[in-house]
Design a protein around this ligand. Structure first.
Ligand code: ARG
Length: 455
């Protein structure tokens, strides 16, 4: 069955049918299409097109349509499958269901309903991941690690501070996904193909019935718009970007070269050839899938860019990337949570990384600056201390207070305590800082914020 045809003398060619067919992917919108069609039947009853009894019969018939039936159905898309199946069950009454309705608005409605559910799923998974990051931070509240810039040892930081950096990224992602959800959650039905309908459909009641926050404001915009999908893909891309950076960090940190992190057996895999291997494939796949989600975003962006108002069939190309991006996002969030759950921070290597390599140089320079040495001179002075140490193969711990004071009179014996990275970290107390007191406060606030996110 087709939802059109009266104007044609012959049917579509086999090649065109095959080319334009979308049921094999848009059947994912089955539940949304049923829900939307039931609400539409109720709206038609409100407008006097159907009786309440007829709308009830249609709803009952819609409920009896099997989802699996769409797998091998002879229909071009999910909307046609649902209407044909309705006709088989409700007879001629079904011919009234599409009164004033277009697939252009229907596909927007279905996609919005489906995407709303996907966003809610992703938000829940994101919160779970953030909760695991906080647990891992709370397990090691005082652990010191090396902080990097340019992937060169920079300054010592607390492990918990590092994890809280990701908490912040994911908190912004949570906000962005929530903002995307607000734009998704507007009800387009009633827009018609582009110019609404001439029946007195109560759009606000439809929005309430379907759990939307409100209705779309312009029928042409509603027909031609996919911003809501792009908003989601943009927020999903950023979330994936953050997941990918975390994955990259942890691939490094769990390597023998770093030796900071031990990943659980359950999230790593071996080699078919090399018996000793324990590979971080879960993290590599997260990093890999990130590219796939960016691709989905670029794909729909490009599809939409030159389209004349309003709906164009090009827009059918929104679905596969959108479905795939939502799947990859949820799967990656779930995987990341599992990895964080199994991760164990080792004691020795991260601390040694913070102690060796002169990460304390800035602490020493700042100590000199606090004693009145202009910072640029302090910087030069510590630079020469580092140069001499590097040449002599000396680490900070190899300097005694006396040797330091003997190196240059600006150094006091008291300043030697900053040769221990834990000491400098304690001075970094400003809000947003890595001092244990600041990090503890940030951890507590993060917990509270996470709880609010869940409400
Ligand atoms: N399968 C189409 C899509 O996903 C549904 C809308 C079809 N509308 C049309 N005028 N051909 O966009």
């Amino acid at each position: 069955m087709k939802l059109w045809g009266g104007r044609f003398e012959s049917g579509p060619s086999e090649v065109f049918e095959r080319f334009s067919w979308s049921l094999h992917f848009d059947r994912r919108l089955f539940a949304a299409d049923i829900e939307g069609t039931k609400a539409w039947a109720k709206a038609l009853a409100g407008a006097g097109i159907l009786t309440a009894e007829e709308a009830g019969r249609i709803a009952g018939a819609l409920d009896s349509i099997p989802e699996e039936g769409a797998a091998n159905a002879p229909d071009e898309d999910i909307h046609t499958y649902v209407i044909r199946s309705l006709k088989e069950r409700a007879g001629e009454l079904a011919d009234k269901i599409h009164t004033g309705r277009s697939r252009n608005e229907q596909v927007s409605l279905d996609t919005r309903l489906w995407l709303r559910g996907e966003i809610d799923r992703a938000l829940g998974l994101l919160r779970a991941l953030m909760g695991r990051l906080l647990e891992l931070a709370e397990r090691h509240p005082e652990a010191l690690v090396a902080g990097y810039t340019h992937l060169r040892r920079a300054q010592p930081v607390l492990w918990a501070h590092y994890l809280l950096a990701y908490f912040e990224m994911f908190a912004r992602d949570h906000e962005r996904l929530g903002q995307a959800r607000a734009r998704v959650n507007l009800m387009p039905l009633g827009s018609g193909a582009l110019a609404v309908n001439s029946f007195s459909i109560d759009r606000d009641a439809l929005a309430r019935d379907l759990g939307f926050d409100g209705i779309t404001a312009n029928s042409m915009d509603a027909s031609g718009d996919r911003d809501f999908a792009l908003d989601f893909l943009s927020a999903a891309s950023l979330t994936m970007l953050h997941l990918s950076r975390l994955a990259e960090d942890w691939i490094l940190y769990s390597s023998d070269e770093f030796g900071w992190l031990e990943l659980g057996d359950g999230v790593t895999s071996g080699s078919s050839l090399m018996p000793q291997k324990k590979n971080p494939d879960s993290l590599e796949l997260i990093r890999g899938k990130c590219g796939r989600v960016f691709g989905a975003y670029a794909s729909l962006f490009t599809t939409m860019k030159g389209l004349p108002m309003t709906y164009n069939r090009d827009m059918q190309e929104d679905k596969e990337p959108l479905f795939d991006a939502a799947d990859q996002l949820s799967a990656s969030l779930e995987m990341a949570r599992a990895v964080v759950e199994t991760a164990r921070l080792r004691e020795g290597p991260p601390r040694v990384a913070a102690e060796e390599g002169w990460l304390v140089a800035t602490d020493l320079a700042e100590a000199l600056a606090r004693s009145g040495v202009p910072f640029h001179q302090a910087h030069q002075l510590v630079g020469s201390l580092v140069l001499e140490s590097v040449k002599a193969g000396r680490q900070p711990r190899d300097w005694t207070p006396e040797a330091l004071a003997a190196f240059h009179p600006a150094f006091t014996a008291e300043m030697a305590k900053f040769l221990d990275p834990a000491e400098g970290v304690r001075t970094r107390t400003v809000p947003g800082g890595t001092a244990p007191a600041a990090v503890n406060a940030a951890l507590r606030q993060a917990r509270e914020r996470l709880e609010k996110f869940g409400q």
